[in-house]
Write a protein that binds this ligand. Structure first.
Ligand code: PXP
Length: 242
């Protein structure tokens, strides 16, 4: 089965916030990505609201017909904002104010007690929960133990490999983790730093059912339009995962 694509539209909101105005409208970007064939839309509601705002999540949830996935920190303040908006999925991520983008996966082992409570709270509101983790077997086992619905593997190390470096060891780690997650009944996703050039080997991993991609699609959309940027990524994924 072809791997699905979730398009992360945070950067559209970043551009809007640069002038604190109304354009470009992330809701329109979500609809355009959806009509170009995206299987889901992802946004990150950060504690500092540096790009996506609460109203974006609310409006996207109202107008989209594909699932909405909201990335957020596992903090009480942010959960209180998100739960009433009822996204289909929440992906719990580590978050610090200094970072430019998410750095590394959650440590599900260290945070197990807290994450268990948060996962339970979200699931009791009919929101499915994924944990953004590094591709490590003990992290996968813990995600299953705390009853998450899915895991998203951080592909940041793979994506940041210097030109010419052998990707095999990191790809093997992702493959092995994906096999275990699938065996444990978790939905398996991956993302971070994926581009038209490096997406193939990740899309070819059969257990990974969905990729979350933002920066390279929105960056390309500035040049060729969002419709074409989404379609190019869908084609690259389909070619590798068919
Ligand atoms: N997955 C998670 C959990 C993320 O935090 C991000 C970045 O917002 C992505 C996927 C997408 O990464 P990129 O923008 O590098 O494609």
């Amino acid at each position: 089965m072809t791997t699905c694509l979730g398009v992360n539209i945070d950067h559209v909101a970043t551009l809007r916030q640069a002038r604190s105005g109304h354009e470009p409208e992330p809701v329109m970007a979500g609809l355009l990505a959806q009509s170009a064939g995206a299987h889901g839309i992802t946004v990150h509601l950060r504690a500092d609201r540096r790009h996506i705002q609460d109203r974006d999540v609310r409006l996207l949830r109202e107008v989209l017909s594909v699932p909405l996935n909201v990335e957020c920190a596992a903090s009480q303040e942010i959960l209180e904002a998100i739960v009433p908006l009822k996204p289909h999925w929440v992906t719990l991520v580590p978050e610090t104010r200094e970072e430019l983008t998410t750095q590394g996966g959650l440590d599900a082992i260290f945070l197990q007690a807290h994450l268990r409570t948060v996962v339970r709270e979200l699931r009791s509101s009919d929101i499915r929960v994924s944990l953004f983790i590094d591709p490590q077997l003990d992290q996968v086992k813990m995600a299953s133990r705390i009853e998450a619905d899915g895991v998203e593997f951080n592909t940041g190390i793979y994506s940041d490999l210097p030109f010419g470096a052998d990707p095999t060891p990191e790809l093997d780690r992702i493959k092995e983790s994906a096999r275990l997650a699938s065996r444990l009944g978790l939905k398996v996703l991956a993302g971070h730093g994926l581009t038209l050039q490096n997406v193939g080997p990740i899309a070819a991993i059969p257990e990974i059912s969905e990729l979350n991609i933002g920066h390279s699609i929105i960056g390309r959309a500035v040049m060729v339009g969002l419709d074409r940027a989404v379609q190019e990524m869908l084609d690259a994924i389909a070619k590798a995962s068919a």
